[in-house]
Design a binder for this molecule. Structure first.
Ligand SMILES: Nc1nc2c(ncn2[C@@H]2O[C@H](COP(=O)(O)OP(=O)(O)OP(=O)(O)O)[C@@H](O)[C@H]2O)c(=O)[nH]1
Length: 733
């Protein structure tokens, strides 16, 4: 579990709120069982920031830095852009680790889950805390794979700033767009780090253009690269007009040379940098009035005289206002450019104070996270990130308060009580942190324990995993009684399966992976139904008359309407019973047993015999809807994915031919150096196991990214094939 502790002041009354992100409770539980001095894979760690030995007392001084000196930062990017490698370098240069970890060797600090080390990818976010030049930085490395989007989102909403890492040879990639949009949603100030400048094909200019075009952001070029690809050897600091060179062979990059360009004889570079600095100044003056006054007044004749600190302060303000994003570059793998990135994090990203929250909280057990190690601490000042344990009923997205009365006050102020009439109240909205948007799962499969006796153990494991990861859904198949896992993708389900084995000691069996379809209807239908049942000496009698019709605009949940004669004297309990009946009927459509969407239900009449239970009302409404749905013309909706394939030009034809066979639609083919970027849509059902096929088709040289676009109607022929296959009539297809 991962918590951000925040206290909000409203109308001069303080309400203490602890916002909980149920991030890795199992991971925490597992590691708490281990002895504290656990050091994974023989890595060498320095003492935790400012700590002499493990003296908890000295933690007091360590855990309470002034708020202005705290930075809560996330690292986000497309898969494989180099977040984990960059984080490793950051930890090394800050003194948190004494040796450099490598994702390719599987010994990084933040990718500490076994699955992460084996696969070389980040699955769960990991938090680490370190100090840099008098600042306390709480940093979170988030996953880049689309299956773990929720993990990124739940981190973003508790952060004050983020570093977006890019592969400089690829620029903005599909998942970068997704995380960028999430960061926009949570209004997170950002810095861009163009990583992999050493890679063949790396292009600073191309990557900057893609930020401008695809992210619609205004890049502030704070650095220029010295060389690209194999020739990359350092950067020029445009703000201070200095040259930073990592030119010593076989170095860990800790030492580098910083020299003012005025002291070098490189007139060409000085000229180029002066022009870049002048452009930067003009760009910022356009965005920041305070800076514009300064520039147009004192320094209008000669920008060179403008003090570096004034320019830095203006960059900070513009970054905070999110009107532009600072851009830096480097090569984490080759240990170049990471220290200036750290400087930029502390200099340009905001402190929690600047994000306008008041902070203070005290809970019974608090732990400071250091990846998979934790240290218990007595208290924590605001602006920090900490873990807490033992909260049995909280789940990701909850906001928890210090007492019942403060929780009630918080709920009241946020308009979550009563008629929710105060929802628009800005002050109230500040009070509760935004919940996470949980994406709908698109895949499901059955899961079985090794024996019936172990079913309770499996239920327990799944309950824990679900609290931690709300994008995982678990349900019961009403016909077979089997447990069904619903997840975001093949990899997501695979990882859950693996975790159940490793963390809960349960060898489970997964059924075949199936796509989560949905259903809708094409015409309006009306139905009536009567339920008449005597239980004991009580008669339950309900008669329902209702209409189900398609909605004009998409709606995942049914739209419920009442004819005036019904709504007049309808008691609240009966209304609840009706709505429960409607929702449960819409969970299982008549074609595939998939959820029904895009329907509106109007209740024309309802006659309830006195003494009829609410359960019977729900049952009758539900049965009547099922009856209506059966009569209607029905349509299967299938998940359609946005697909982006990056492939070498030579392999384009087989990739396109293959996509055509998968019912794919190509929207655009872009050229990026020697690569082609194929952008289009493809039904999810056709793309299972695509990574293996793509590897074979392109000799392993292509990569792809998938993201749910929407649900679309299947054409009649494909629908007939699917229904035939599902009913077992057409096994051959
Ligand atoms: N050439 C080059 N390769 C790099 C650089 N940084 C990282 N890599 C390599 O890129 C691959 C991915 O690096 P990671 O650090 O795991 O990337 P990530 O963004 O954390 O990946 P996910 O967590 O899976 O999203 C690894 O093989 C790294 O060695 C770099 O600066 N230059």
């Amino acid at each position: 579990m991962f918590s951000n502790l925040r206290k909000f002041g409203v109308n001069h009354k303080k309400i203490s709120i602890l916002h909980v992100n149920n991030m890795c409770c199992c991971k925490i539980k597992a590691s708490l069982k281990r002895l504290k001095p656990y050091v994974p894979l023989g890595r060498s760690y320095s003492s935790l920031p400012g700590l002499v030995g493990n003296d908890i007392k000295s933690l007091h001084s360590v855990i309470s830095p002034p708020i202005a000196k705290i930075r809560n930062i996330g690292i986000m990017a497309h898969i494989d852009a180099g977040k984990t490698t960059t984080t490793e370098r950051i930890l090394y240069y800050s003194g948190y680790t004494r040796s450099l970890g490598d994702v390719d060797d599987g010994d990084t600090v933040t990718d500490f889950m076994a699955q992460e080390r084996e696969r070389g990818i980040t699955i769960q976010s990991a938090a680490v805390t370190f100090d840099w030049k008098g600042y306390r930085v709480n940093l979170i490395d988030t996953p880049g794979h689309v299956d773990f989007t929720l993990e990124v989102e739940r981190c973003l909403r508790v952060l004050d700033g983020a570093v977006a890492v890019f592969d400089a040879s690829a620029g903005v990639e599909a998942q970068t767009l997704t995380v960028w949009r999430q960061a926009d949603k949570h209004k997170i100030p950002r810095i861009c780090f163009l990583n992999k400048m050493d890679k063949t094909g790396a292009s600073f200019k191309y990557a900057v253009e893609s930020i401008r075009e695809k992210l619609k952001a205004k890049p502030l070029l704070l650095q220029l690269p010295l060389g690209e690809g194999k020739a990359f050897k350092g950067v020029v600091d445009v703000v201070s007009k200095e040259k930073l060179l990592w030119n010593r062979p076989s170095e860990d990059g800790k030492d580098f040379e910083r020299k003012s360009l005025l002291e070098t004889s490189d007139a060409e570079l000085l000229k180029e940098t002066t022009e870049a600095r002048n452009d930067l100044i003009e760009q910022i003056a356009d965005l920041d009035d305070e800076f514009a006054d300064l520039v147009l007044g004192e320094f209008s004749e000669n920008f060179d005289l403008l003090p570096t600190e004034k320019l830095q302060a203006a960059i900070h303000r513009v970054t905070l206002a999110q009107t532009a994003v600072p851009v830096l570059c480097g090569s984490a793998l080759k240990n170049k450019g990471v220290q200036p990135l750290l400087d930029a994090i502390t200099m340009y990203l905001p402190s929690p104070e600047e994000r306008k929250y008041e902070f203070l909280e005290r809970v019974s057990r608090l732990l400071l996270p250091f990846a998979d190690q934790h240290i218990e601490i007595p208290s924590l000042t605001a602006g920090n990130i900490a873990l807490t344990v033992g909260l049995k009923h909280t789940a990701t997205g909850d906001t928890i308060a210090s007492s019942k009365s403060s929780a009630l006050a918080a709920a009241r102020r946020a308009g979550r009580e009563g008629e929710k009439q105060h929802r628009q109240n800005n002050e109230a909205e500040r009070l509760l942190l935004a919940g996470v948007e949980i994406p709908e799962p698109v895949f499901f499969c059955t899961i079985e324990p090794p024996s019936v006796a172990r079913q309770p153990d499996l239920d327990y494991a799944l309950k824990c995993l679900q609290r931690e990861d709300p994008s995982l859904k678990v349900k019961q198949d009403p016909d077979s009684g089997q447990t069904v896992l619903c997840g975001m993708g093949e990899l997501h389900i695979e990882i859950i399966h693996d975790r159940i084995k490793r963390e809960y000691g349960l060898e489970t069996y997964l059924g075949p992976l199936q796509v989560a379809y949905r259903e809708t209807i094409l015409n309006a239908v009306r139905a009536t139904d009567t339920l008449d049942r005597t239980l004991g000496d009580k008669r339950h009698l309900v008669t329902v008359d209702l209409e189900v019709k398609p909605t004009e605009t998409p709606s995942v949940t049914p739209i419920i309407k009442y004819a005036p004669s019904v709504s007049e004297d309808l008691p609240k309990v009966s209304q609840e019973a009706i709505e429960n009946g409607i929702h449960s009927a819409c969970l299982q459509g008549p074609l595939l047993g998939s959820p029904i969407q895009d329907v509106a239900i109007t209740l024309h009449s309802l006659i309830i015999h006195p003494g009829t239970s609410t359960t019977m009302i729900s049952a009758c409404v539900s049965r009547c809807i099922q009856k209506a749905l059966k009569k209607a013309d029905k349509q299967v909706l299938e998940p359609l994915m946005n697909l982006e394939v990056t492939v070498m030009g030579d392999y384009l034809s087989p990739v396109l031919a293959d996509l055509a066979q998968r019912r794919g639609t190509i929207q655009e083919i872009q050229t990026r150096q020697e690569n082609k970027i194929v952008i289009g849509f493809v039904p999810l059902a056709e793309i299972m196991g695509y990574s293996t096929v793509l590897r074979t088709l392109t000799s392993g040289s292509a990569t792809f990214a998938l993201e749910l676009c929407n649900y679309q109607a299947m054409n009649p022929q494909d629908q007939a094939t699917l229904l035939g296959r599902r009913s077992g009539l057409n096994q051959v297809l």
